[in-house]
Design a protein around this ligand. Structure first.
Ligand code: UDX
Length: 453
């Protein structure tokens, strides 16, 4: 039987992007791949590819997806688990009686309920984490009582992690009661994998060497990333043409035409990803900090966030100093020669994209895994600086401006740029033929071939 892998992402932008790219790389190496995507997402985007098939299932929110449930995320998760698991099973049943049945399932660790369903049909299940190895390790060890939050002022370093202070931990380890369903999902996402199971990570060995070694004590853990299309890394890998998916329409021409008129390394790109909501006060401080830095800036402010902005004339001097868009083609922007700094919330995709494209970063973490990613950006990989917050947990305009200058102009900026170039090269090498992630993927394909016999 030919290997046919069913791939199930958690249905949001930051999870579909890496799993789609993974599916594409996998199918280029031989196995057929099918991405299971919710009806809303399949109707909202245009994934055009011969390499990866898409199969729809319903999460009960066919008209809106998770975005329509932002006020009641718990209800969405419940619906995804109950309705989603039924319609997902129907999808499996239909395919199993076809001439090309599934032979394995790769599931996002945010949808662990899929394991029980899939195992009924005798399929091996492989976990895929869309977060860093460090964050995955923290969640696993914390939730199994093997890692405690340090006291204020103290650090912990175990399981291959660098010394971490309390505020470097993912926000959900504080169990402060916010977003209980999402906190539960994050904390429990590594309960399903057993000792010998495959667990794949969107990272690469060189980046997280010590942590991945420790994770191998628990699972058959492998890195297969970064899942950034290689065409953006000056080294085309065969079969790896660009397609990410966008739930929002990127204002591509506007962004690129505007950037084309800016000098090299002159512009700050600002984005907080697909989900984070900033407090109004924070948005205003950020706007005034960008003005104070006196740099050009291209800022993604989603439509739902734009009311929080100050009046344009308060923070954009002249016609051309700043551009606000509701969504951008992020990879193309980061790859543009005009960009000299990425002010980011440090979602894992954005962090990996910044690293892989060699862009120095100002880290402004908000919640979930972002504080941990920001810690690694500054202290471990040396590719940026992390902002300091005041007692109200707001980053003030002076601090924004100081950090941008530190990354773009100050003495330290040389070293940051050197590190950024180093990690860009390392990311590229990991993906090239014979690189660590490429070899790991080959090994995984061998497993798929063997288990489909
Ligand atoms: C979420 C979590 O916040 C993040 O911490 C976790 O690791 C993954 O899921 P999100 O907040 O959306 O993701 O951030 P991120 O992981 O950075 O993903 C955003 C994706 O959207 C990136 O691939 C980025 O390239 C893309 N994007 C963002 C665009 O294409 N255009 C934009 O304007 C902004």
């Amino acid at each position: 039987m030919a290997p046919h892998v069913l791939i199930l992402p958690f249905p949001v932008q930051g999870h579909i992007n890496p799993l789609l790219q993974f599916a594409k790389r996998l199918s280029f190496k031989g196995p057929k791949t099918t991405l299971a995507i919710t009806t809303f997402i399949i109707n909202s985007i245009n994934i055009q590819t011969d390499q990866v098939s898409c199969a729809p299932f319903s999460d009960g929110y066919d008209d809106t997806g998770l975005n329509g449930a932002r006020d009641n995320i718990e209800a969405y998760f419940e619906s995804l688990r109950t309705i989603g698991s039924k319609t997902f099973e129907e999808l499996i049943v239909k395919q199993m009686s076809s001439s090309c049945p599934f032979t394995c399932m790769v599931y996002d660790t945010f949808v662990p309920w899929a394991v029980e369903i899939t195992e009924k049909y005798g399929l091996p299940c492989v976990a895929f984490s869309t977060q860093s190895c460090a964050v995955s390790s923290i969640y696993y060890h914390f939730n199994h009582g093997l890692l405690d939050l340090p006291d204020s002022g103290a650090t912990v370093s175990s399981h291959g992690l660098v010394p971490l202070e309390r505020f470097d931990f993912p926000s959900f380890t504080f169990r402060d009661g916010s977003y209980p369903a999402l906190a539960g999902l994050s904390l429990n996402q590594f309960n399903a994998p057993q000792k010998s199971d495959w667990v794949l990570f969107n990272s690469f060995d060189e980046l997280e060497n010590e942590v991945i070694k420790c994770l191998k004590e628990h699972w058959n853990a492998r890195t297969i990333g970064p899942t950034v299309p290689s065409k953006f890394m000056d080294k085309r890998i065969k079969g790896d043409e660009n397609y990410t998916m966008n739930l929002l329409k990127p204002e591509r021409d506007l962004c690129i035409n505007w950037l084309n008129k800016k000098p090299a390394n002159s512009t700050v790109y600002v984005s907080f990803g697909s989900f984070a909501n900033l407090q109004e006060e924070q948005t205003q401080e950020l706007a005034l900090g960008l003005k104070q830095s006196n740099k050009y800036f291209l800022w993604v402010v989603r439509a739902s966030e734009q009311d929080k902005l100050p009046r344009r004339e308060e923070f954009i001097e002249g016609e051309d100093k700043g551009l606000i868009v509701a969504w951008s083609p992020q990879l193309e922007i980061l790859n543009h020669v005009a960009i000299g700094c990425f002010l980011t919330h440090c979602g894992w995709n954005s962090t990996l994209e910044g690293l892989s494209l060699g862009v120095p970063m100002v880290a402004v973490p908000q919640w979930t895994d972002q504080p941990t990613n920001a810690k690694y950006v500054e202290d471990v990989w040396g590719v940026g600086v992390k902002v300091k917050v005041d007692e109200k947990k707001v980053v003030r305009r002076d601090e924004i401006s100081r950090c941008i200058k530190e990354v773009m102009d100050a003495e330290r900026s040389e070293e940051i740029r050197r590190n950024a170039r180093k990690w860009k090269e390392a990311a590229k090498q990991a993906l090239c033929e014979g690189g660590t992630s490429d070899e790991n993927l080959n090994e995984f394909v061998e497993f798929l071939n063997a288990s489909s016999c």
